[in-house]
Design a protein. Structure first.
Length: 276
């Protein structure tokens, strides 16, 4: 039996404090708002108690960040797409950021089990002075548990309308993609960190962000499997391939922290949940 869980999450700036309100239908909700950085930035944990999806299931999230508000959203663990023959399992988020808004959308990894049929979709609409940091990490199979990704498919869709669209399908049977030197080259974790703005990023800000990312790359054992670029005037991207999630996360976190500092003048305070 399939099911759909929905969440509407709204951030507003009220008397200098970013306030989160939400409504949900089904097993998808936001925990208590936290303010470890002061009132201006609201931290929230997105919880899906079943923690996994099978064919026909849908997680449908809609986020609005009001003028001047700043929200940071993460999750307590991976989203698991399990083996199923019952159709497509979908996780989708649609976020709209008003002028002056900032959103950090930082879920932990998606795990694609062998035999899954999954879609992971994210669409972010940015007003001219809104800014976004988000990442996506996808693990194909569980190599350390001797459960390789040998069947099924995983579809990825990341979109900023009229600015940026990347969309692709990883099919387990596609040997050239999975193991070819121009594909994943045998790696089983794909990770992307994105900074996006509603207008062109000032050149000095973009250069500072790229310099910070490249400095982290030089110190990383994944430096030959990662790169940072500005493919569009409004978008800066860090990409990395790794055998499993942990080394990719060990690169993304310090770059995210550095981007917070050079782009927003904020410390790279790691959400407490990530240290548990």
């Amino acid at each position: 039996m399939s099911w759909t869980a929905r969440l509407n999450l709204d951030y507003t700036l009220e008397n200098g404090r970013s306030v989160a309100r939400f409504a949900h239908d089904g097993p998808l909700r936001i925990l208590q708002s936290l303010y470890p950085e002061g009132d201006r930035i609201c931290h929230n944990v997105l919880v899906h108690p079943p923690s996994g999806l099978v064919g026909g299931d849908t997680l449908d999230m809609h986020v609005t960040v009001g003028q001047g508000a700043h929200g940071l959203v993460t999750t307590p663990g991976a989203t698991r797409f399990y083996r199923s023959e019952a159709g497509l399992a979908t996780q989708q988020v649609h976020a709209r950021l008003q002028d002056g808004a900032r959103l950090e959308w930082l879920p932990l990894e998606a795990l694609a089990y062998s035999g899954c049929d999954a879609l992971n979709l994210a669409r972010f609409e940015l007003a001219p002075t809104a800014e976004l940091m988000t990442w996506d990490m996808t693990a194909l199979g569980l190599p350390n548990a001797q459960q390789p990704f040998v069947a099924g498919r995983f579809q990825q869709h990341l979109e900023i309308p009229d600015v940026w669209l990347e969309r692709g399908t990883v099919a387990a049977h596609d040997e050239r993609l999975m193991n070819g030197p121009l594909g994943l080259a045998g790696q089983r974790c794909m990770a992307t960190l994105v900074f996006a703005a509603g207008s062109a990023i000032a050149p000095e800000r973009a250069e500072a962000a790229l310099d910070a990312a490249r400095a982290a790359l030089e110190a990383s054992p994944l430096r030959l499997q990662a790169g940072a670029t500005q493919p569009h005037p409004q978008v800066i991207v860090l990409r990395v391939l790794a055998p499993v999630v942990e080394p990719a996360m060990q690169l993304l976190r310090p770059v995210w922290a550095a981007w917070r500092q050079v782009l927003w003048g904020l410390p790279g305070n790691v959400p407490r949940l990530w240290n548990l």
